[in-house]
Design a protein. Structure first.
Length: 245
């Protein structure tokens, strides 16, 4: 009888401890779920709102706004109003998250705007926002216009059309020169020849070398060295004879 009483008492304690552990686990899980939901908000609908209205609406919900740079033409949504958003309205998300939106450019326009004088990047964005198509881009190099600026367009401004071709100035190309062959020429004479061809030249010093003595051949350095060696082998030959080796 005593053994049965002890087993019964131990069983009651085990049931009590298990119930307490289960209660703790359920309470902890419920607390975590409540804490997570407390940090989440429902994304509001921004369709048809202006950028300023959407910014204020998201700020009240603890979210921020990110506006896509390129606008999308739409026949129903007026220009300047939000067309679509990501994440969509009604989705739960954490606070401090950014909501990306696309702004409407309004109905497609068949009137080609003026791009002359604008930068190439600005013209490309304007073409995309107006729903036009960039047919081709040609380039010129001129000092008469700023670099990377549109200097001509087809069709002209205010014309009707859906395709546009642009002419962009890439700036004046750098001048190039061909260096004349001055090996073996007197230093002052070489400087004069360079100045005549538009170079700025000056004789800054002289060096002594056995390869370019008076009457010797000075066409290439590698061959000059071999000729100098051959000159030591055949000292009796003249300079003109040594040049033939």
């Amino acid at each position: 009888m005593a053994l049965t009483t002890r087993v019964w008492s131990a069983g009651k304690w085990l049931v009590l401890v298990g119930a307490l552990v289960l209660t703790y686990v359920v309470f902890a899980a419920a607390s975590m779920r409540i804490a997570i939901r407390a940090r989440e908000v429902i994304v509001p609908s921004l369709a048809g709102q202006s950028v300023n209205q959407a910014t204020a609406l998201l700020a009240d919900a603890g979210l921020s706004l990110k506006v896509e740079e390129a606008r999308r033409p739409d026949p129903k949504i007026p220009a300047g109003q939000i067309l679509t958003q990501e994440p969509v309205a009604g989705v739960r998300t954490r606070r401090q998250r950014s909501v990306k939106v696309w702004v409407s450019a309004g109905p497609r326009s068949n009137i080609v705007p003026a791009f002359i004088g604008e930068s190439e990047r600005t013209a490309q964005l304007q073409i995309q926002q107006d729903g036009l198509e960039l047919a081709a881009t040609a380039e010129i190099r001129s000092a008469d216009y700023p670099t990377d600026v549109i200097v001509s367009q087809t069709p002209p401004p205010a014309a009707k059309g859906g395709r546009v071709s642009l002419l962009v100035n890439r700036g004046q190309s750098a001048a190039t020169y061909v260096m004349p062959d001055l090996i073996g020429v007197n230093g002052d004479r070489a400087a004069d020849l360079l100045r005549i061809r538009g170079f700025r030249a000056a004789v800054v010093g002289t060096i002594r070398t056995l390869a370019c003595r008076a009457g010797s051949c000075c066409a290439r350095t590698r061959r000059l060295v071999s000729r100098s060696r051959r000159a030591r082998r055949f000292p009796s030959r003249s300079a003109a004879e040594r040049c033939r080796y």
